[in-house]
Design a protein around this ligand. Sequence first.
Ligand code: 3HC
Ligand code: NAI
Length: 695
Amino acid sequence: MVQAIDYQRVGDIAVLKAQNPPVNALGIDVRRGLLSGIERAEQEGARAILIYGDGRTFFAGADIREFGKPMQAPGLPDLCNRIEAASAIVVTTLHGTALGGGLEVALASHYRVAVPSAKMGLPEVHLGILPGAGGTQRLPRLVGCEAALDMITTGRHVSAQEALERGVIDRIAEGEPREIGLAFAQELLDQSADRRPVCDLPPPAAVDFDAAYTRVLAKGRGQLSPAVAVRAVQAAAEADSFADGLARERALFQELMENDQRQGLIHAFFAERAVSKLEELKGVTPRAVSAVGVIGGGTMGAGIAAAAVLAGLSIVIIERADQAAQDARERVLANLSGAMKRGKITQDQYSEIASDKLQVATDYAALQHVDLVVEAVFEDMAVKREVFAALDAHCKPDAILASNTSYLDLNEIAAATSRPENVIGLHFFSPAHVMKLLEVVVADKTAPEVVATGFALGKQLGKISVRSGVCDGFIGNRVMNAYRKAADHMVLDGASPYQIDKVMTGFGFPMGPFAVGDLSGLDISWAARKRRAATRDPRDRVAQFADWLCEAGNFGQKTGKGFYVYEAGQRGGVPNPQVAELIARDQAAQGITPRSFSDEEILRRYMCAMVNEAAKTVGEGIARRPLDVDMAMVFGYGFPRYHGGPLKWADLQGLDQVLRDIETYAEQDPFFWQPAPLLQRLVADGEMFQSLNAM
Ligand code: 3HC
Ligand code: NAI
């Protein structure tokens, strides 16, 4: 059996090689191996110890799968202390990604060398915890509190060069990790260099930790871990001794370990990776895609085209007329200059894309060589069907025809072609070159290879792709419509839109639902409501205040007025006084006596509506697993990652309580609050949504 840590001697140097693929996570076998390696090196009288990683990376951190289970000895903090206390000189070579506990092992060693491409960081806050193996005590001693706070509270990955400049590492060297580590260790021995434990360095100078705490807490929108990490760094500066600082770090680490946010964030970590791994795609090879067509270069088409060229694909945009085609090109270029300003591309890359990769046309003949087309024309079935029939006639037989439709029936669109097996939904979110979510919508006849190509394209574009079946709104918009409706009902009953927005931003959403409506355009949901009016169930409670707002020409930010009034040059808006009048009119017309809502009730109703609809999408097979809905909401709708997603949140709340609440709300409105059968079944079986994620 391969040992997690291989031990060898090279002269005076004991060499400890980690071999725990894929990322050399510091699980129990690795920790035991490191401990026994250090002990053996000392017993054998080795004068130096080299620690490095085999394969693609140095240790990428603690083994996250062990969290929440009892820690088996040696724990990582004790191990790091033991490494630091070793009687021999300890050298580490960093390559790949030296993260979290991995970097902490390096900080506990006496000298550090990295290959030029190495990245390092303490990303623990993204998992809802903080560096818990001395990182918050050792890093500030090496780099000072400001730099340590920056690295620890953002969790960002730092390049070897930056790490060298800041003093995290001692040198950068080209070559194999083992060879450069051995050379460094030998050089130190030749110079009779001393051991150099970081714990012996003086404590760093204090900074204004209260100010840092407040700033970091506000930036995290309620995420606790980065703010709590500030207090751990504070202990490095203020504790009476290094040991006291470590004890404080441990206490804060434990506090975060027990918080639900840790569970939400770790769920998100694994779900983000699992979401594109689908049983149906095992062994299915995607088709090659290098040239892409986009039909309609409006808001979405221009964003999709920008995303594609930024990922190295070449693009042809088809518009209705020459001027529209030129406008589309300008829109894509504006998106690309935005990307250039954000440092995503250089001026040279911009120019190359503009001259070689981006073509616009009005004739479908320009599409004859493309491998895949994304249609992003008006949201109108007749227009879409016409476009798909034309695509079918002009594109090569194995070209994939995708629609970016938000709500329309993909099966009906596919039926306009002679190749429904090659038709798929690729539902991007606005702005498409920025937003991470891509819903890959699978119609009845879509071939597995075409689904696999959708996922491969999503990966190439840097998206998180979520599989959805066909229904009104697919996963995301369907769930959103449900909680938007719950919000409208609460307003009818007496809650103000501004109270609801405040409660939901307090929960961690970047914006509340009414501010989001103003941002994306109130006319869009108005049009959808009008479309559905003919088939609406008479039991459905209808709020009209938003329709009246639109009838008066108030579509939100783009018209300067919606639920909020937007003044030029002002960030955000102030409540629009007309809205209260419209709501009062609606209430009077419906004979409703408004009542007050507590913040707790608003949150509960909003979240229960979201969870209930999410459970329906899973129960009906529209979403394959609960985690698929969770990731759609986190990456497309601003759901706070630290709650894990609506169904993870529901698991943490307790499903029986969620169901009881829904049943209580159903007493007043049994049509809207019909409990999801899946939720009822899970409660009856004493199960959680999590039990369905492993499938
Ligand atoms: N523990 C357990 N599994 C891990 C892991 C970890 N720390 N890091 C990655 N993995 C797993 C992934 O789940 C994935 O598994 P899968 O193949 O079954 O899906 C596999 O390793 C490969 O990971 P990626 O697909 O993410 O590979 P990439 O090459 O894209 O990225 C990475 C590699 C940059 C290392 C990325 O995986 C990553 O960021 N990992 C997490 C790093 C981290 O947060 N470390 C801190 C851990 S907490 C800690 O150390 C606490 C300490 O302070 C006490
Ligand atoms: P838009 O109105 O900004 O752009 C549509 C473009 O299509 C226009 O430039 C128009 O000239 C062009 N067009 C119309 N018919 C055409 C035809 N037959 N041939 C070629 N070009 C044609 O609309 P937007 O917002 O970009 O939406 C497009 C699609 O994307 C819709 O299906 C919409 O539901 C969907 N969508 C929109 C999102 C949004 O936030 N705006 C988000 C996700 C999907």
